[in-house]
Ligand binder design. Structure first.
Ligand SMILES: *Cc1c(COP(=O)(O)O)cnc(C)c1O
Length: 362
């Protein structure tokens, strides 16, 4: 491991690619010959303009976005999107569909209801403790949008393919799996992702929004709470989260130039998740908590035979240089978050540790 760092399986904020950290350090005191660091300069300087232009170009290239899509950077985290989406797209008459696959979808639903918007929960996996992604959903053809959470970070479930909502635009919270693989953006009206899971530090949320969605937004909303403000000013209406945007730029440069692109990334991600799920399935000791067909490629959730063993597992793991393996405080158990930056080497180390731990305690 580089410089006494641990193998980091945190769920978020989460591990970043080591070369990105090195580049941040190397260019910190004197960014691009400016004589300043990136966090000391105007967001209207040429240096920062180059950063934001480059990151948007990369996002467009990676996801093959055409002109009708706009890439925005907002603050307030993914959680702010839970309230902005119904505020921007729902009025007194219209209606939206929501699929409830756990904590984050539940929070998104709550924020729409607080505003007395009309929403319909068209499917939920609450009946089985959110351990699966619902199937064969009846969507409303008159809905303004249908909201889903592409990956449930906490329960370790993920949509393996996106539902067909016909002409109704999909809106997806992709905070914990954006850029894990290529997908077709055409059916999405809006995609959002907090950066701190798969692409950067906390403090910035990326939004990709389609023209026709922007056209629906009324003028009378607070300036900072409507997407049109950010689209019209290229995310520079006010001071954007400059440092976060810069780190996303470096992470995407790493994805394109060091990893070799998003197709390669998907292959590596499938390999990492495959290794862990195989280890779980082949043991009588570890037990996966998500239904096999709904398993996440990003957050691998599992239990041990009892809670004492889980505590010992997490503690021994830390002693062996493997961090962040405790499950979310709301569900317990264990969780290995293996976002893009987590290397195959880190996952192999975890698999070896799991084998040794089972041998000792199984
Ligand atoms: C972490 C997470 C959030 C919350 O993000 P914040 O940036 O803390 O608001 C929302 N949705 C998903 C899927 C997440 O994983």
């Amino acid at each position: 491991m580089e410089r006494n760092r641990i193998y980091n399986f945190n769920a978020g904020p989460a591990a970043l690619p080591f070369p990105v950290l090195e580049e941040i350090q190397d260019s910190f005191f004197n960014f691009a010959g400016s004589g300043m660091s990136i966090i000391e300069m105007s967001h209207r300087s040429k240096w920062f303009q180059d950063v934001i232009d480059d990151v948007i170009t990369r996002i467009r290239r990676i996801l093959k976005l055409d002109e009708k899509f706009h890439v925005l950077f907002l603050q307030g985290g993914a959680s702010m999107q839970f309230c902005m989406i119904p505020m921007n797209f729902l009025n007194r008459e219209n209606l939206a569909d929501y699929v409830n696959t756990g904590t984050w979808s539940t929070k998104a639903i709550k924020e729409a209801r607080i505003q007395h918007k009309r929403i319909k929960v068209v499917a939920s996996s609450e009946d089985k403790n959110f351990s699966y992604i619902p199937d064969k959903i009846q969507f409303n053809s008159d809905a303004v949008y249908c909201h889903i959470t592409s990956n449930n970070t906490i329960k370790g479930t993920q949509w393996s393919s996106f539902p067909d909502t016909k002409d109704v635009p999909l809106i997806a919270d992709m905070s914990s799996d954006i850029f894990w693989r290529f997908f077709d953006v055409e059916k999405f009206g809006l995609i959002y992702a907090g950066a701190q899971k798969n692409m950067g530090p906390a403090g910035v949320c990326m939004v990709i929004i389609r023209d026709d969605m922007l056209e629906r937004i009324p003028d009378h909303l607070p300036t900072m709470l409507k997407y049109t403000t950010f689209a019209e000013k290229n995310s520079l209406y006010n001071t954007p989260p400059c440092f976060g945007i810069y780190v996303i730029q470096l992470v995407l440069k790493w994805l394109e130039e060091t990893v070799g692109g998003i197709k390669k990334m998907e292959g590596i991600n499938r390999k990492k998740a495959g290794l862990l799920y195989r280890t779980i399935d082949e043991s009588g000791f570890y037990k996966g908590t998500a239904m096999p067909e709904s398993r996440s490629m990003m957050n691998i959730t599992f239990r041990l035979p009892n809670e004492d063993l889980e505590v010992a597992f997490v503690k021994n793991a830390v002693e062996s240089g493997l961090g962040g393996l405790q499950g979310h405080r709301s569900v317990g158990g264990c969780r290995a978050s293996i976002y893009n930056p987590t290397s195959l080497e880190a996952v192999s180390a975890l698999v070896d540790f799991m084998g040794a731990f089972e041998q000792k305690h199984g």
